[in-house]
Design a protein. Sequence first.
Lengths: 121, 146
Amino acid sequence: MSRAILITLVLTAALLGAGCARHLPVSDIGASGGDVGVRVVTITGEIVTGQLLALDGEQVSVRVTRRESGEVNDRTFPIEDVASATLHRRRSETSFGPFVSTAVGVAGGLLLAAVLGGAGL
Amino acid sequence: MTRGRAIAQVLVACAVGSLGLAGCASLSATPYVPEPGVSATIHTTEGESFSATFVGVEEGHVLFDRSYPKSELLTVVERGGEPIVYVGKVPAGIAIEVRDFDILVRETHPFSRIDDIEVATGAYFGWGALAGALLTYAFVSLALED
């Protein structure tokens, strides 16, 4: 039974590790596997939205995906050509975060009850 | 109450919650929220590190919102129609929101002052999951006692 408790603890730790926030450098966030949205407004007035690939003191790189065709295009803007660039969280993090948190919590509790109940604790 | 019935009640509650949330999410057109700002840790070239909401970049400067706990050192002064927050005699930024215990300040810094910015991504759960697990365990345990 101690093995079952150990497996429960390892599984819980793995789940928590998978769903907890990863802290990634914004200068290379695309290569690090992070997904943050960006809306770039250039000094000429062009507006580009997409996934942020990199942001530093020299340039902003954006992955633009056309919704109609699914075509992917990476664009890089020198920082002096950028009037503003705002960063945005993934919608799934804000909408599904509470649900995933609840579901994982409940699953963990049920697992704990099953294991400890079976152990007679 | 039997163990099976207690577990079934918990599962039904989860299913109802997930259906509601899935319905809300499917209405969205873009994968990103319209409000700017991601949680970040800012590292400055002076060796300071702090948590803030990284808003973005404007005219070559980094913008972030930082929370300052209210204290005697903190003052808000109206300058040119904008509420400027001073920490001691040093201007920190513009007050975005004055709350009960802290003031949210929009700070603007040149890139040359920033050593590194780490943004938090993929934050689907945290301590709430642990609390949920303990509550569920307590519920099932109490239900089984009855």
